[in-house]
Ligand binder design. Structure first.
Ligand code: GLV
Ligand code: MG
Length: 330
């Protein structure tokens, strides 16, 4: 290990993060009573310009009136971009009037570490002024070329920072990727197998978002943050969501957004470690405990080599499974 110690992420379950437009208060109670680990009330892109102010009022009222945490939810508010005329009031009004009920603020389109610093400064002042004891966390969406370019500095920008999210739609717009869908593959992105005489060649679709997700995972894990995959727009395509979520989970993401209630159970399922996998991880820990007691650093288990690195892999899985079980039991 490096001499520099990376802290573990804030232990907050984040398998499913449900987006709810601040302009649709009729959905708030249902979202609070539903099964998402985190709900973010949106003041940004799901809210029309003329609804920005009423949406902000709705959100303040919902934070104060609904017992989100009592219902097992973490609750966040996505403010408008820092380049708009709305963002400062989103922060000041929401946090002054309901900051004691707020777990996190989500900042969209972050481009530099200074963007996070500015929000951190405002949050710190409002918390002091209003006597808000619990520090409000920050979630950041990486969804521009600038944000991706500066991701290392952004990931290290504030002790309030809890997670980086991949905003695939804005990222596509910013990088001018050839798609108008929200997430999912593009049939043009792939490779053709080599020529082999007259034999038919296969075209293998690739994941055009692989670099972005991997880069976010690395920045998060190097800084003690949770990597979270963003939206998948086609909510009628359950299999597409499954594939998209699975590949993010396999790379190390802890969760994914739901932009429709039909995606909540799926996200919870796909970001809950598989029972057989967890059982195997427990067997690895047991076998390594025994190996260490016998003075060995590596042993064979079920025909495969395991060593000290296997302990760290297994512990990550078991700890997450235990946290999920504890929530289910509470
Ligand atoms: C989310 O905000 C996205 O742009 O995908
Ligand atoms: Mg976006």
């Amino acid at each position: 290990m490096s001499f520099k110690v990376t802290p573990p992420p804030v232990p907050r379950l984040n398998r499913c993060e449900l987006a709810v437009p601040g302009s649709s208060p009729k959905f708030f109670e249902k979202a609070a009573g539903g099964k998402a680990d985190v709900v973010f009330l949106d003041l940004e892109d799901a809210v029309a310009v003329q609804d920005k102010e009423p949406a902000r009022k709705n959100v303040i009222q919902a934070l104060n009136d609904i017992d989100w945490q009592g219902k097992g939810k973490s609750v966040s508010v996505r403010i408008n971009g820092l380049d708009t005329q709305f963002a400062y009031r989103d922060i000041v009004d929401v946090v002054e009037q309901a900051g004691h009920k707020l777990d996190m603020v989500m900042i969209p389109k972050v481009g530099t570490a200074a963007d996070v610093y500015a929000v951190d400064m405002l949050l710190s002042q409002i918390e002091l002024a209003k006597g808000i004891k619990k520090k409000i966390g920050i979630e950041v969406i990486i969804e521009t070329a600038l944000g991706m370019q500066n991701i290392s500095e952004i990931a290290a920008s504030s002790p309030r920072l809890e997670s980086l999210h991949f905003g695939v739609a804005d990222y596509a717009a910013s990088t001018r990727a050839r798609t108008v869908g929200i997430g999912g593959p593009n049939k043009l992105y792939g490779v053709l197998t080599d020529k082999d005489g007259d034999k038919a060649r296969d075209f293998h679709w690739g994941d055009m978002w692989h670099y972005a997700i991997s880069r976010i995972v690395v920045a998060c894990r190097a800084n003690g943050l949770r990597p979270i995959d963003g939206p998948f727009g086609d909510f009628s395509d359950t299999d597409g969501f499954r594939a998209h979520a699975n590949r993010a989970a396999v790379l190390g993401c802890e969760g994914k957004w739901a932009i429709h209630p039909s995606q909540i159970d799926l996200a919870n399922e796909l970001f809950t470690p598989d029972v057989a996998e967890v059982a195997k991880a427990r067997r690895i820990l047991e076998a390594m405990k025994q190996a260490i007691a016998e003075g060995r650093g590596a042993v064979a288990l079920e025909g495969k080599l395991i060593d000290y690195a296997s302990i760290r892999q297994a512990e990550a899985l078991v700890n997450q499974a235990d946290r999920i079980a504890a929530k289910a039991a509470s």
